[in-house]
Design a protein around this ligand. Structure first.
Ligand code: PLP
Length: 393
């Protein structure tokens, strides 16, 4: 006997993984240059040179230390550097005692959901959303409540949101810049969200935490503002990752930040640390705790994503696709050319164009296109997108 839930999670591949695996098989058949894989969000630019240099230097200078266990919550010097970097950038006064280093944003989110969840708790998520949230929230024994997408701009449908907040709401999750829409929440959206949360927290007599999942925080395009969320809402817990900003998804480093102003910050931090312990998520990879904290003021060369976005959006619009302008990250979320996004994605697949149906992100009628690829790949894929559009005329 095994856990049916876990067995299900372990055997059913996500749609994204399914397409990605299909792409590899198909590439072996027809050649990789003939398969246009826009399915997965693996950064396409290398990590900055300083990342490798720092890793090599640390391995050479401190070979014993670097392979040793760190404190469960992360090495103190590394946390100090992360806190100092945030303080420099956002004018804050964070301390290393409120940072918990994790294996990526995934580890950070799991620690937060597990740390906060009490029986009967719910977390609100806005569509379109990163599908693993449901797995993580349910894994913590809580319920996910999904708010339908506001498809004109992928901001927030506040009427639907306000109707869904209840005394059971423990937290609300936001992800801006967003996977899969690429949209950045405006200051007005965040201010309105903060006002609703403050009002509802007062009405229900307990804090509603805002969990800001920010792996794309640094990938924001010219002229787009991405406010520092804790400045706008006091009870914000930040989940961060170096997977995208430093192009290090395989190194698995991120953190949870519980700012001191958060209600019961000491208890929340202790519960995050306890969740890390209970899940076995202590001591994130030691070498890369050091490397990312030494390099945390840098980013990979991210400008290609903006160039790709411009090229893709204007070309797709010319072909008749409806696309909401992305403000960051590296995803587009155009409308599918028929209501059934799965059928649309299947039709694209026949043209060796791999794009992910939006239903899995809670937004049917759309598809996700990851443009963290070489610009040349996009250029060569455009005739396929055109053929796809023409097949509907
Ligand atoms: N949150 C969002 C919105 C993501 O897109 C991802 C990864 O793609 C994650 C969390 C998980 O990131 P990590 O690789 O740091 O665990």
């Amino acid at each position: 006997m095994v856990s049916e839930r876990m067995k299900g999670l372990g055997t059913a591949r996500s749609v994204i993984r399914e397409l990605f695996e299909y792409g590899k098989l198909r590439a072996a058949e027809v050649g990789p240059e003939n398969v246009f894989d826009f399915s997965i969000g693996n950064p396409s630019v290398p990590a900055p040179g300083a990342v490798n240099e720092t890793a090599i230097r640390l391995l050479t200078e401190q070979p014993d230390l670097i392979h040793a266990y760190t404190s469960a919550q992360g090495d103190a010097a590394a946390r100090q550097r992360f806190a100092a970097s945030l303080n420099r950038r956002f004018g804050t006064g964070y301390t290393p005692e409120r940072l918990y280093v994790t294996s990526g944003a995934a580890g950070a989110l799991c620690c937060v959901f597990n740390g906060l969840s009490c029986p009967g708790d719910e977390f609100i998520v806005f569509a379109p959303y990163f599908p693993e949230y449901k797995v993580f929230i349910e894994g913590a024994g809580a319920k996910m409540t999904l708010i339908p997408p506001e498809i004109e701009g992928f901001q927030i449908d506040f009427d639907a949101f306000e109707r869904s907040v209840s005394e059971h709401t423990k937290g609300v999750v936001i992800n801006s810049p967003n996977n899969p829409s690429g949209v950045v929440y405006s200051r007005a959206t965040l201010e309105r969200l903060a006002a609703v949360l403050a009002e509802k927290s007062a009405a229900y007599g307990h804090p509603i935490y805002l969990i800001s999942d920010e792996p794309y925080r640094e990938i924001v395009y010219a002229g787009v503002e991405a406010p520092w969320v804790p400045h706008l809402y006091r009870d914000t817990i930040v989940c961060y990752s170096f997977s995208k900003s430093l192009s290090l998804p395989g190194e698995r480093i991120g953190y949870v930040l519980v700012p001191e102003d958060v209600t019961d910050a000491g208890d929340v931090y202790a519960a995050v640390a306890g969740a890390g312990r209970s899940l076995g998520y202590v001591n994130a990879p030691s070498l890369f705790q050091q490397v990312t904290s030494i390099c945390c003021d840098m980013t990979a060369d991210l400008k290609i994503y903006e160039e790709n976005a411009k090229l893709f959006v204007s070309a797709l619009r010319e072909m008749g696709y409806h696309v909401v302008e992305p403000g960051g990250a590296f995803y587009l979320f155009p409308r599918s050319l028929e209501p059934d996004d799965v059928a649309f994605s299947e039709r694209a697949k026949k043209l060796d164009l791999l794009i992910v149906p939006g239903s899995g992100f809670g937004a049917p009628g759309h598809v996700r296109v990851s443009y963290c690829v070489q610009t040349e790949t996009i250029r060569r894929a455009l005739p396929k997108f055109k053929a796809l559009a023409e097949s509907y005329q």
